[in-house]
Design a protein around this ligand. Sequence first.
Ligand SMILES: [Zn+2]
Ligand SMILES: [Zn+2]
Length: 262
Amino acid sequence: MIYSTDYHVHTLYSDGRQEPEAYIEAALKLGLREIGFSDHLNPDGGSPEWCMKHKSLPRYVEHLLQLKEEHEDIAVRMGLEIDYLPNREDVTDRIISSYPFDYIIGSVHYLGDETVDLGPEFYMGKDIDLIYENYFNLVCEAASTGLFDIMGHPDLVRIHRYHPEADITHLYSMLASAFEIHNVAFELNTNGRNKPLHDFYPDRHYLQLFAEHGVPVCVNSDAHFPERVGQYFPEGYDLLQRAGYKQMAVFANRERFMIPFR
Ligand SMILES: [Zn+2]
Ligand SMILES: [Zn+2]
């Protein structure tokens, strides 16, 4: 039996549809060993409607700490999915170090002031090669801050199926090297299957690169409702093992441990 964990789910505290309890129930039904919460937080505040308000953070923490204590049947982990915004490292660090998180997911949703994932409009009429280059550079920069334990959906720019013309193997090599050097894990995010992309992040063709660099990985659903907890995980585990992965990363108190697939 694979030791299954899902560290990327969103609840009513940000843009998810249910209270944390419903996700725990779903995880128990699936036989997951750990369920981790990672509601959206923007270091600049709670203004985008998909983010948790900063003033809700103490309540979020208290709620999850209570659930951790209540559950002996499953390990409940407390995390956040924080937007990486250049030059906001100080405030990000302050938030992260104020509470006993188990892990922090660092995600790039923004290029400049615009989000890359909300709609295809962002890509229309633009130089797609340049967008990819800028996006991958920003993810590397995020990894280099040392603020994050897991890099979220590392090639989210694929979401609306705008492909660069150039070969981009070097971008994935750069990503894998950066993750290795800065000792950060990444996620195989299965939620891309529910998006126009219709596949996981990152691109399955480059998983072997990450494995060769020894970058730790975990499989996450990015579920915004309980029905999607653990979604497509058997396929994710299979892909990783075929790419050469023999173990997966698990997190507690911002420490990483490795667990063999079997
Ligand atoms: Zn995200
Ligand atoms: Zn997410």
